[in-house]
Structures are given as structure tokens and as C-alpha cells.
Design a protein around this ligand. Structure first.
Ligand SMILES: [Zn+2]
Ligand SMILES: [Zn+2]
Length: 362
């Protein structure tokens, strides 16, 4: 493996943590030194997620810590250097590794112990507590470093670390059975097209909802049996349209909101059958939406609302088996490093379908 350089490619934000951020491509970003329990990673690919925009804009009420100027939380590459204390039997220099949105969890709190480690009381998120994958040489904690299957490429693995894992956990949270109807809001988007594929792989009748023909194509290719284009179907007609597409006419068993659009949350309850489940995945800017429904509906119809935040390590291992077995696949467009800023801008405005991935080596 080539020697580790002193500086590297990165797309840091010049004004991290404010609504006014801009990111700039640099060739001279410092390469850090891994500390106790950490790995220095050399990334080949970095997925671009709409969360990157929200993290830099700070509009979730959660911005990067001081000194954190590289966002990004999904990448694939190789281990470049082991920090002190990392077991060389567990990780080797040159070994393939994936970077997920979680940097570290305590392993001891109530939530870690109950299988909900992504909401650990002491958790540290990549791009929030530490620099993220918008630098080619990020530092990650060995406990959350992901081993990548041999037959999964970096361009597939990078976006999968966020969108694939999240989609898997969201699909599981829907609690649906084969033959059940599941509505996916944002079915042509980065997370939504993966949710659609997991739903299809698990035998659900998927109704995708999104905007325009390009997203329709992606959603249908991902396995949506039906597609409702909100530029053509009025919002008030969505409940009736969904019922028409549900074999027994009762509505969906679950609605997975994979879009960060407040309207998706507003419309979700009306699409459900009794005992239906809303799975909240997409996160609009804080204060712009409510996930839920009129309490009369929630109680009389027994509606449930479940929130999903990325994915646990156990779920990630399960999800990667779907990817390695060819049951799901990221719809990826790889762009060169120089297109980082333009790509983030397009993703921030929901103008892209599938997942954009930046190639650090091009
Ligand atoms: Zn993400
Ligand atoms: Zn914990």
C-alpha cells in the first residue's frame, strides 16, 4: 500500500454549522493521525446524502461540533493505518472497510442493551462529533468499522452504509408480511429506492409515491408494483388511490416515509388501514412537519408511529447479505471529485434520483 500522504482531497464546508455553508474541493486537507481504538481510512467512494445538507445547514437543531468541517457519513475504502490498541488480528492495513453514520456508542446504556444502539445516550455521529466522509482520509472508531463482503463494490458499499442499512431497518419496522401493501414516500430517492427493493425482496405489494418521471423509473425498477406521481395525483385523492391499489381496498399495512418532505408526513396517516404503521425515516427541517395523526384516528384505528435512525451493526450485517446476494442494489451514479459541491446542491434540493457517489480517485 502506498505511503500515507500529509494532505489529501476533501470537500470541507467553509462555514460549517450555519445555514450559509458552502463546500469547496481542496487537495491540501490535512490527513489526521488515528488515536486509541481508531482507524485511519483511505476512502475510494463517498455517498452524498441529503442528511449531509441538513447537518451543515444545522436545520435539524444538530450541527457539527467545533472543528468538524467535513460532513458525509457513508464511504467505502481501505484501512490506511491502525491507531494504538487496535487488534491487528481484527483489522489489517489494506483491508476493505465501510464507514457508517455512527462513530461510537457506549455499549452500556439502556438503549445499547435493548438493540437500539443508534440512539445510545452517549453516541457520537460521524460528521457531527468527528469529521465525516467528505475527506478522503477520515478517522473512524474500530467498533463501528464495517467489514465489506468481497463481491460488493466500493461504489455499492459506500451509499449502502447509510441508505441501504437505514432502508433495511425501516422495512423491518413496517412489520409487514408477504402480500401486505406498503406505501413508500420518496420511492425514487436515495433511501426510498432501497426501501422499495427490500420491501419487494420481502414479498410486499409496494406503492411508490414520488415526483416526476425520472423518480417513477427508479421506483419501478426498484420493484414498486404501482406508482403515484404527486404532480399528477392531487394530495386529497391519495387515500382513495392507495385503497384502489390495495387488494382488499382497506389501505396500506404500512407507510414508510423515506422523503424529507413535510407533505409526506401530512398525507401518510390517511393511507393506512386499521392497525397500520407509519415508519418515520426522512427528516424535514425541525419544526416543519409532524409525524402522526389526529388522536381520534390513532386510537380508533390503532395506528402506530415508529421512528428509525440509521441502522444497528446487527441490522447492517443482515442488510449486507441482501446486497451480497444480489437481492438489492443501489442505483448509483458515480461523479468525479470536482463535482462534489454541485452534487451536494442537487441532492439538497431533492433533484436527484437514486444515489450519487463521489469517486475520490477521479
Ligand atoms: Zn445518510
Ligand atoms: Zn449506549
Amino acid at each position: 500500500m502506498a505511503a500515507i500522504p500529509k494532505v489529501c482531497r476533501a470537500a470541507p464546508a467553509t462555514n460549517g454549522g450555519t445555514m450559509e455553508y458552502t463546500i469547496t474541493c481542496r487537495e491540501d486537507y490535512p490527513v489526521p493521525e488515528p488515536k486509541e481504538g481508531e482507524l485511519l481510512v483511505k476512502l475510494n467512494m463517498c455517498g452524498v446524502c441529503q442528511s449531509d445538507h441538513h447537518m451543515m445547514a444545522g436545520d435539524w437543531g444538530l450541527g457539527p461540533a467545533p472543528g468538524v468541517d467535513c460532513t458525509g457519513h457513508e464511504g467505502a475504502g481501505v484501512v490506511a493505518k491502525l491507531g494504538p490498541g487496535v487488534d491487528p488480528a481484527k483489522w489489517k492495513v489494506g483491508e476493505r472497510v465501510g464507514v457508517t453514520p455512527v462513530h461510537w456508542t457506549c455499549g452500556e446504556c439502556e438503549f445499547c442493551n435493548n438493540g437500539h444502539e443508534t440512539i445510545c445516550l452517549k453516541k457520537q455521529y460521524v460528521a457531527n462529533a468527528v469529521n465525516g466522509t467528505y475527506t478522503q482520509y477520515p478517522i473512524i472508531h474500530e467498533s463501528w468499522a464495517i467489514k465489506l463482503p468481497d463481491n460488493v463494490s466500493d461504489e455499492q458499499a459506500a451509499p449502502f452504509m447509510c441508505s441501504g442499512g437505514t432502508a433495511y431497518t425501516a422495512t423491518k419496522a413496517a412489520g409487514a408480511k408477504p402480500g401486505n401493501t406498503v406505501v413508500v414516500f420518496g420511492a425514487g430517492g436515495g433511501v426510498g429506492h432501497m426501501v422499495t427493493q427490500f420491501c419487494k425482496a420481502d414479498g410486499f405489494n409496494v406503492i411508490g409515491i414520488d415526483v416526476g418521471d425520472e423518480k417513477r423509473k427508479v421506483a419501478e425498477h426498484a420493484g414498486a408494483a404501482h406508482f403515484l406521481d404527486v404532480t399528477k395525483v392531487a394530495e386529497k385523492d391519495l387515500p382513495a388511490e392507495v385503497r384502489k391499489l390495495t387488494p382488499d381496498g382497506l389501505g396500506a399495512h404500512a407507510v414508510i416515509v423515506a422523503a424529507g418532505n413535510p407533505k409526506a408526513y401530512a398525507n401518510a396517516p390517511g393511507l393506512l388501514r386499521p392497525l397500520g404503521v407509519i415508519v418515520a425515516v426522512g427528516i424535514p427541517a425541525a419544526g416543519t412537519a409532524v409525524a402522526g395523526a389526529d388522536p381520534a384516528l390513532v386510537t380508533f384505528a390503532g395506528i402506530q408511529i415508529r421512528g428509525i435512525l440509521v441502522t444497528s451493526r446487527v441490522d447492517m450485517a443482515d442488510a449486507l447479505r441482501y446486497l451480497a446476494d444480489g437481492k438489492v442494489q443501489e442505483n448509483v451514479e458515480v461523479v468525479p471529485f470536482a463535482e462534489f459541491p454541485a452534487t451536494l446542491a442537487a441532492v439538497a434540493e431533492s433533484k436527484t434520483s437514486g444515489r450519487k457517489v463521489v469517486d475520490f480517485n477521479n
